[in-house]
Design a protein around this ligand. Sequence first.
Ligand code: FE2
Length: 199
Amino acid sequence: MSLLLNRSTFGNEADKGNTLTRQEAEELFSAWVINPKLRLHMKQVGNLMKCWAAEKEGLDEDGQWRWEMAGLLHDADWDQWPDLHCKKIIEELENRHVDPEILHAIASHGPLHFGVEPVTNMDKMLFAFDELSGLIHAYSLMRPGGYEGMDVKGVKKRLKEKSFAANVSRDDINDGCNRAGIVLDDLIAFIIPRQATVN
Ligand SMILES: [Fe+2]
């Protein structure tokens, strides 16, 4: 079953700058996403995107929300409509006149699956955070203290263990760092303390 989107432009330039309000996004999130693990994953990625936008991109609150919204909704159609993954949420957000930049970030969060290359920093960071965030969370669940005392070395050890969180693509993680031009250790160090606050 192919999830290829077979297009490279998303949304309408006239909608540039438009977002859902936080309340609208949360309503869509609650209505569409049922699996609690997926909900947490999406919240964690949303938070990482927001933190990156604030700390590394120097964006104001509106800009931070644009990044957070991309993270918060990127998997919104995954548990209920896996065959329509990415297509359904993009069409919904297009109908709601959301900024094409946010749509492109969601469309390119799995280049091999959806056939859309990450281009902007928002695109690249969503792709870079997605799988690595999941692996770090899986690691926190097997540690007695959760995120407490977790370090980069421990995460890298788990990354090398093929059987640990085997569904997390190591290739995607490396590819994400390369595309974003970030050293893996630095990205892990960024994620650990920020993700620890969203449990
Ligand atoms: Fe995801």
